[in-house]
Design a protein around this ligand. Sequence first.
Ligand code: UDX
Length: 433
Amino acid sequence: MKLTVVGTGYVGLVSGTSFAELGNDVICVDKIPEKVDRLNNGEIPIYEPGLKELVDANRAAGRLQFTTELQPAVRASDIVIIAVGTPESETGAANMSYVYGVADEIGEAVNDDKFRVVVNKSTVPVGTADRVRSLIADKNPDAKIEVCSVPEFLREGSAVKDTFNPDRVIIGTNSDKAAEILTELHQPLTDNIVVTDPRSSEMIKYSSNAFLATKISFVNEVANICDYYGADINAVTRGMGMDNRIGPKFLNAGIGYGGSCFPKDVKAIKHLAEVKGYYPQLLQAVNDVNEKQSLRMVDHLNVIFNEDIRNITVALLGLAFKPNTDDMREAPSLKIIRSLQEYGVKVRAFDPVAEDNARQLLEGDVYYAENALDACEGADAAMLVTEWEECLQVTPEKLKSIMKKPVMIDGRNAFKAKEFKEAGFIYHGIGRK
Ligand code: UDX
């Protein structure tokens, strides 16, 4: 099939490349010329394992192109996938200006009576497929276009793997013809294809992300209670997760969820409720717990140092919001570092790939270390912030020989507490006493 994918962020670039890999002809469009130039030179603007190899191979095979020109691409395509950003606006609502701008341009581009499917892959408010359809019709009442919702569930850091192994594909459309075309497109990826109406499909995306965020805030709240009673959250979640109705995934307590999706999507679904006069108490609580969770790291530091942390040096192991990505959007490390700086703490930080992005977001004096051990050199305390392999490899023995004080605050509950304690460390996890 001939596809245009609009937007070359995580979703657009990964799904466009994957559809090319499945044998389709794909044109990826982005309005930023420098980004398109870089992609045409074989440079990948994001860090995502496995993506470069796939882009290179499909460009070489002539199935994948990058351009700034949306209109000719749309005219040449059977399917147009909208994968532009829907960032958070001041009210918490998703900012829809990019999606609507693309809809206008699609309407202007079409000059024949060919049947085309327009797919919303961006995470969008319920009702967006209808809105996009009417925007296209405003520009071009004769356009034979069916607007559908096919949400994307890939995770950063494992985006390529997730795209080729989806748990399910949701196709939201009221048109049998569009359902047939989109089923054929996605069939090579999975048999678990659910066809529903566009509004339910849009809701599936928001509620899936909100549910996962709820699991994380729930478990973080339980961890905070564990701290008061001397229970160990890792043991608690192991026991809980064995119940098939609960399941073991997304029960890792820590410093709260970050990234480009969960924080924004929880606020956006909350906003969808509020504009209808319904107050979503649970979603509000999910957000509130998360807002505070990263600062538990600083609370632990204050407890260990008897509220006297001015001028001490703290090493942060990891900066990105999760491992295997350079994405710093809503990364808990940002809040932690800003709070430490307010207390007058000196910060040494290490991240294998997110350093450049972190430098753009952080102010003040931060020493960016070469590696995890360099970060911990002479530090009064170390904090595990992102569970990168490079950070998990540090051993208590090695750290003890280079740190000023043996203190580890494990924000991901990823280290073996016993090993650190036996080596003479003060070890605090999240919800681990
Ligand atoms: C998420 C969804 O998983 C994905 O389906 C959607 O398409 C986009 O949003 P992503 O943000 O890339 O993906 O990462 P994910 O692995 O889900 O982690 C999100 C955040 O939750 C991270 O900050 C992570 O550290 C945190 N998290 C995750 C926890 O704190 N505990 C957990 O048990 C799991």
